[in-house]
Every structure is written in C-alpha cells, then in structure tokens.
Design a protein around this ligand. Structure first.
Ligand code: HT7
Ligand code: ZN
Length: 844
C-alpha cells in the first residue's frame, strides 16, 4: 500500500469553476453524467490532468465536446488536457445496491444516500477528489422516490426529478444526495439578518415522533453560533436526513446533513438522557461545521484537526452553555482518558496533525478530534477570551472560501496577539501524552511549585521537545479558603519553578484546574491532602478529580497490596454526596470510579502487568463497600433524585436521573435488585428502564424483564441495539464472549448494519475483564467477525481493530493469544487497506 506524506503536498494543476451532475437513479446501474468546467491553475502550471475514480464504469468522456479515451487505473484516469479553460464531460455507471462499504452512493432500507468524506466522491464519478479543489455544484436527480435532495437551494422539481444548486464553492467531500420515501418534520428559522430558512428533518415514515428534540437542538445551535461566534446560516434551506446504515455519527454535507439515525432520533420512551445530550451535541457539531469546515475547509486531509478539533471545541462550548460547564468538562475528560490516552500511549499514537497515512479513514481518531479540541482550549487559555474572539473573527474574515492549514490558523492568533506560537505548534506535531510532574517547596512564606514535563517516545518519534503547557493553579489555606485564585502558569521548559510569596501558612495546591492541558498529572499528594481538596477545592473539576484520584489510589492499593477499601475515601465521598447544595449530576459523577482499562494503564505505568480479573474483583469489592458505607444515605439520595414533573430531557432532570441511577446501582447490591425490579415496572422513560434493567442483570436476575423489554421494543431498531449491547456489557467476565456469541446468532443480529455490529462487538471490546478473559475466547470471537466484516465494510472493521491496541500491556499468555489473532486476520487474502494499516501498526 502507498503511504501519503504531508511534506509531498502539491496543489492540483486545474481549478474547477462549475460542476453539473445528473443522476439517473437505479439500484444496480445508476447513471452519473458530469459536466465540469476546468481551467489551468496558475499556481501549479504544467501538472497532468488526473481525476480520481474507483469502482466506476466509464461509458463516455469528452473534452470540449470531443470524445477522449483516457488511461484508466484502479485509482482514476488521466488524459491529455488543454492549457486553456475547457469543459470535461463524462458518463459513468455505478451500482448503489452492491455498495456495502457505505462510502459513495449506497442504499439503506431502499433509500439512496451518500457518504463522501473523506474520499467517497471518487466512487460516484471521476473528479479531483481532494479538499483543496472547491466549486459550485448544480445537481439534477432523476428518480422515482418522492423525496430527492442535494446540497444548496432547490431550483426546480417535478414528477420524477429535482434540481438543486449550491452557490457556495465546496470540495467534493461535502457533496450529498438523498432519494427516498421520507417524511419531514419541518420548522423555520429567521437568521439575525432576516434570512428565512426552511428547516427539515427527514425520516422514515414511523419515526415522525422522534424528531422534535433534534429540531429544537438545531434551532438552538443556529442561534448560538450567531450569538457567540457571529456566524449566520447562508442558504434558504437546511435539511437533515436520518439513515440507518452509517459508518459514523453524522456528516456535515453543505445544507444537507446526513445523520446516523442513532445520532438524531429521540423520544423519552426510547432514548436515554445520555442519548439526548449526545444528539444535541452532534446536531450542533454538524451545524457548526457550516463555518468551521465548509466555508473554511482543509487544504489536505493532514489538516483534518483544523475543522474537527475546532468544531469539537465549539460543540463543547455549546453544551457547556446549555447545560452544566463543570459536568461537561468532567465528562469530556473521562472520555479523553478513556479513548484518546490509550491511543496516544500505544502503537496507534500519532500527532494531532499526522504526517503520513495509508488510509485517511483510519485518522478520524480521538487524537485528531478530542486532543485537537484540547489544543484549541489551551490556545484560548493562553491568549485569553478576548484575543480568542478577535482571532476567530480574523480567521473567518481572512479565510472565508479557502482551503486552509494549521499554519493559517495559528497565524491569525499570532497577528492578533503578537505572540510567537512556534513552540505551541509542537502540540500539532508531537504525539504522546506529556507527563507533568509537580514538586512542592515551602519556606518563609513562599510556596514554590516546580513543574517538569516529559513526553514518552511514540512510534517514529523517539525524542520530544518541551511543549507550552498552560497549568491552571489555585492555592487553598489550611482552613479551606482560597488564598490564591486560579492563575495560568505557562510551562515552556523541561523544568521550571513558580513561586507564590507572602503566604501565612503552607497552602494546599490545586494543580491543573479545569484540566487545563491534556497531560498525565503526577502530583504526589497525601491521601489527607486529596481528601482536603475533595472537601474544599473551589474548582469543580479538581474537586471531582481529588475524589477520582483517591478512588484510583484505593483501587491500586487493593490490587497491588490486597488492602481493604480505604475508609478515608468512603468518608470523603459520603460527605460530598450529603451536600445537597451540589448539582445532582455532579454528585452522580462523584460516584463514578476510574475505568478498569484506566486502572490497567496506571498499573502499566508503575511497571506492573495488569491482571484484568484482579482489577474487576477490586472494582466489585469497592463498589460493594461503597454501597454498605452509604447504606443510610441511599434512600435520601433517591428521594432527592426523584423527578415529579413531566419528562424533560434537560440538564436538571437528567442530572437527577443520573443520581437516581447511580444510587439504584448501589442499592441493588444490598437488596438483590428488589428496588430495580420495582423501578423497571414503573419506568416511563428509557433512562429508568435501561438503568433498572442493567441493575437486574448485574444482580444475576432480570431474565423476565429482558424478555419483556425485547417484546415491548422489537419494532424499534435503536432500542433493540441497546438490548443487544446491555447484555454484553452486564455479563460476568467469564460469560462475556459467550453472551456476544449467542447474540451474534440471534435472528435480529444484522451484522452488516454498523450500529448493530457495534452494539454487540463494541460492548464486547469495552468490557475490560470480559474481553481480556484468560481463555482468549473474546479475542477469537472478535477476530472471526472482523474477518467476516472486512470485505463488506472495511471502515467499520478497521475502527473496531482498535480494541487490540493496548495488547502489549498484558501478560505473555494474553499477548500470545492476541498476537495469534492479529496474525490470523492479517493473513486473510485481499484484506482491505484500512484493516491492513490498522493491524500492521498495532502489531508493531
Ligand atoms: N466530518 C465527518 C467525518 C466522517 C464521517 C462521517 C460519517 C461517515 C463517515 C465519515 N468519515 C468521516 C463527521 C464529523 O466529524 O462531523
Ligand atoms: Zn466533525
């Protein structure tokens, strides 16, 4: 396979002024006719005329009306082209019904839809399928479906056809087409300057009652982007379509967002509070791309974080504004540690802006997205809110309509602030999670923090340079008052000291407040100091973090030393949980424990080999001890969590339900699931139904309820996904693989549907002790299914391979078992480029 390098970037030799496409839709032979106006690019003279194209049957090609016979390969075509403006015409045939990879034009439940990012447009017609080639598009769709959609504004429609025009130049990856028997949930939005926009959420008949929440989220996003970023919508219509077969969450095609139905359809009966929050965030994310991604796009795919990091950052700001900022921050950090840290600390580690790839689909990663967003958060913290706002205004003004790079992005900050960001740029080029070590000294009223940074070697990057790390610090007096409000220290060297003078008593330092940088913090605090911060820290993130690190230390001691659960942690937890002045959602987060995979990473960092079963046992023991320790408090917490008002998916009610669910899980350990059974019976929303059912399964009960749940929801594919996933997630470690195997033989297990496949095998990979059960049964089962899925859907197969990325952490026996499965998959004939690249990197 060919490796593509950032350093080899060259612009395309031609500019595209206009694209006209006509689609004659048919499942086995869709005809795509293109008419494209090219002109030589003055900035790249003399380049050959090459158009990408894959799995296309060329019927006819012409330049300025004269037929040509191009040279065709698997990757595209080339032919002699004039050095003056010309019109290219081509007619190709494609087979959407045979397209199971879900890239290009495909069919989902009889509905035509497209997915072109990153390189899917080349499966639709011959074209310079690269993000720096931008053009206006006019599209005519001839088809029998009642709804025919494409990007931009509707121009004309009639029996069996529709025509669309998108006036905003865009790269081909933002092209979209939908044709189906769909119904719309419609609304209107008036932009700040008075443009009337028709909003439609298109769904399959039967899903109309799951549209209202998504529509409200869209309108909130549109208003928020006007108010906070000064960004207005720029077309007369905004269409969203829900599709069942989709490789990821959603896609920001210009004016025609396409969503995985799981990422947009919602109702209280069928969606959990987490589903609602995620849907709101994804709708916002895709909408925000209209400016950060579409109006200003990426020059090449190495710059992916330019649009993704920024848009994740923006959607996180949106959620923080609409809901609770501390809760959102804590949840994001849990997610970062759960997905990005393992990636950055293992064989798949790569910079936020990668420098090479074989298959770009493999680089839609937590590093590009979530670490990319953290990098923007650091930049904002360093320059301040006002300069950030000014820099963003300049970015939009300077680069509207362009395909940009990280250099362009950083330059607007340099121009606004006068700062040199050369060192900051290492965040984009250096992979790995920096370790930040804190040492303290106290003398004569002066408190000194010495900070050092060290980034471990990562594949291809043995040596690292010091980065700019914003470290937000506050100091607390021994009585719990804050003596030094949050200040951002700028660590730029490998080791650096910062002093705080004139203090009456030695303070307790609260370091890395609000998780001001994506690093592993090594701050050797005593359990008493952590308990003090848990009780008094004024920074909500660090207060939570103090509890989390106490819990983590307690679990590590239990695993390594075999000690009993630490009562200091349990007492501290009870004190926080008793405080009814604290948001229920925040208290629910306080009840969480570090994930078992995180504990495995901590053991590895201490030079120990993690035993997944021992980690499972310790976690179970601590959970049980917590339930017993909090026994008296649980009824009170449940009463506080009670929601009497009609269901609303807002932060307040969701927080109460989260606390209710966390306390029910503890209570179920004491009452054997009696309360959970009662809750299941009375549940009138999916959060309660699912949390009570999971408690029952955890208690080894719930067979009747599981069957009742299935009967109740058998017609609802998204709820049945939950039914599949929950059984795997709640299985005991020795039963996890067998549960997944049994479910994969179920009549409703449609393995070609990515949501269903992930429901079972994503849950299997997430079940730390089950996946790493010493038998190796889960490794083998997952490998069997990856081998089966790869020829059908390489993108989803390759993503699932990440389940094996941490394999070097474990003992020799497990490594041998996993290594054998990796080799078995790699030995398959015709393995996709996607899966080959992932497994080769993981194998190392
Ligand atoms: N920009 C999109 C990324 C994407 C994608 C989406 C759906 C299916 C396949 C895809 N490949 C890449 C989604 C986003 O970040 O908003
Ligand atoms: Zn995105």
């Amino acid at each position: 396979p060919t490796t593509i390098h950032l350093k080899d970037y060259t612009p395309f030799g031609y500019l595209v002024d206009e694209v006209h496409l006509t689609f004659d839709l048919a499942p086995d032979a869709t005809r795509v006719t293109s008419r494209i106006a090219f002109r030589p690019n003055p900035e790249a003279p003399g380049h050959r005329f090459f158009l990408h194209g894959e799995e296309l049957r060329l019927i006819r090609a012409a330049i300025d009306g004269a037929e040509v016979t191009p040279e065709i390969t698997d990757a595209g075509l080339t032919c002699a082209a004039p050095d003056t403006p010309f019109v290219w015409e081509a007619e190709v045939e494609i087979a959407p019904a045979a397209n199971t990879a879900l890239e290009g034009l495909y069919l989902s439940n009889g509905m035509y839809c497209t997915q072109c990012e990153a390189e899917g447009f080349r499966k639709i017609t011959y074209y310079p399928d690269r993000p720096d080639v931008m053009s206006t598009f006019t599209v005519r769709i001839n088809g029998t479906h009642p709804v025919l959609l494409s990007n931009g504004n509707p121009v004309d429609s009639g029996e069996g056809f529709a025509e669309w025009h998108d006036p905003w130049p865009k790269p081909a990856y933002l092209f979209a087409l939908v044709a189906g028997d769909l119904v719309a949930h419609s609304d209107r939005f008036t932009t700040v300057s008075g443009r009337e926009v028709d909003l439609n959420l298109w769904v399959r008949p039967g899903d109309e009652d799951k549209c209202a929440f998504g529509m409200e989220a869209l309108k909130k996003s549109m208003r928020w982007d006007e108010e906070v970023y000064g960004r207005e919508y720029d077309l007369d219509v905004f269409n969203i379509v829900a599709v069942d077969d989709f490789n990821m969450g959603a896609m920001e095609n210009k004016g025609l967002n396409i969503f995985n139905s799981a990422a947009v359809l919602a109702s209280p009966e069928t969606s959990t509070d987490d589903n609602f929050e995620r849907i709101e965030a994804i709708i916002a994310h895709e909408y925000f791309h209209n400016w950060t991604g579409n109006r200003i796009t990426c020059r090449d795919w190495f710059q992916l974080c330019l649009k993704e990091g920024l848009t994740v950052f923006r959607d996180a700001q949106f959620t923080s504004d609409l809901r609770s900022a501390p809760v959102k921050r804590i949840r994001d950090v849990i997610d970062l540690r759960g997905r990005q840290f393992p990636e950055d600390q293992g064989p798949l580690s790569h910079p936020v802006r990668p420098e090479s790839f074989q298959e770009i689909n493999n680089f839609y990663t937590a590093t590009v997205y979530e670490k990319g967003a953290e990098v923007i958060g650091m930049l904002k913290r360093l320059v301040g809110d006002a300069a950030y706002a000014e820099a963003l205004d300049l970015y939009f003004a300077r680069h509207d309509g362009q395909a940009c790079t990280i250099e362009d992005w950083l330059k607007v900050f340099e121009d606004v602030t006068g700062r040199d960001l050369a060192q900051f740029k290492h965040w984009y080029s250096q992979a790995g999670t920096p370790r930040l070590t804190v040492e303290e000294a106290w003398q004569d009223g002066t408190f000194t923090l010495t900070l050092s940074q060290d980034t471990p070697a990562t594949p291809g990057q043995p040596d690292k340079l010091p980065q700019v790390i914003p470290v937000a610090v506050g100091l607390l007096n021994p009585n719990g008052d804050e003596v030094h409000a949050t200040e951002v220290l700028e660590l730029t060297q490998a080791r650096q000291s910062f002093s705080f003078e004139g203090l009456a008593a030695r303070p307790v330092a609260s370091v890395l407040r609000d998780f001001s940088a994506p690093v592993v913090l090594d701050h050797d605090l005593s359990p008493e100091q952590r308990a003090f911060l848990l009780a008094h820290d004024t920074d909500p993130f660090n207060r939570w973090e103090a509890g989390r690190s106490l819990a983590g230390q307690c679990l590590l001691d239990m695993i390594i030393e075999g000690t009993a659960p630490d009562t200091a942690y349990l007492d501290g937890l009870v004190a926080v949980l008793r405080d009814d002045g604290l948001d229920p959602a925040y208290r629910a987060l306080m009840l969480g424990l570090p994930s078992q995979s995180e504990l495995a990473a901590s053991l590895q960092q201490r030079g120990l080999t993690p035993d997944p079963q021992a980690i499972w046992d310790a976690t179970e023991t601590l959970r049980q001890a917590t339930a017993q320790h909090m026994q008296d408090l649980l009824p009170r917490l449940r009463a506080e969590a009670q929601v009497d008002a009609p269901f609303r998916p807002d932060a307040d009610q969701a927080g109460r339900r989260a606390l209710g669910s966390a306390t029910l899980a503890l209570l179920s350990r004491l009452d054997g699931g009696a309360q959970a059974a009662a809750d299941f019976t009375r549940a009138d929303n999916m959060s309660l139904q699912l949390s009570s059912l999971s408690c029952l399964l955890k208690a080894g009960k719930g067979e009747v309820e599981l069957a009742a749940f299935y009967d109740q929801w058998r017609g609802d594919r998204l709820v049945i996904d939950k039914w599949f996933g929950l059984q795997v997630a709640m299985a005991a470690p020795g039963q996890t693989a067998e549960t997944a195997r049994r479910l994969s033989a179920h009549a409703e297990f449609n393995w070609r549907n990515p949501n269903r496949f992930r429901a079972v095998f994503g849950a299997l990979a997430m079940h730390h002790a089950g996946f790493h059960h010493a038998s190796g049964a889960a490794y083998q089962l997952l490998a069997d299914w990856l081998i089966r899925l790869d020829p059908v859907n390489p993108q989803t197969t390759a993503r699932m391979c990440a389940a094996f990325q941490t394999w070097r952490r474990y003992d020799e026996g497990r490594q041998a078992l996993i290594g054998a499965q990796l080799d078995r998959i790699l030995a398959q004939p015709n393995l996709s480029r996607d899966t080959t690249e992932m497994l080769t990197r993981i194998r190392g």
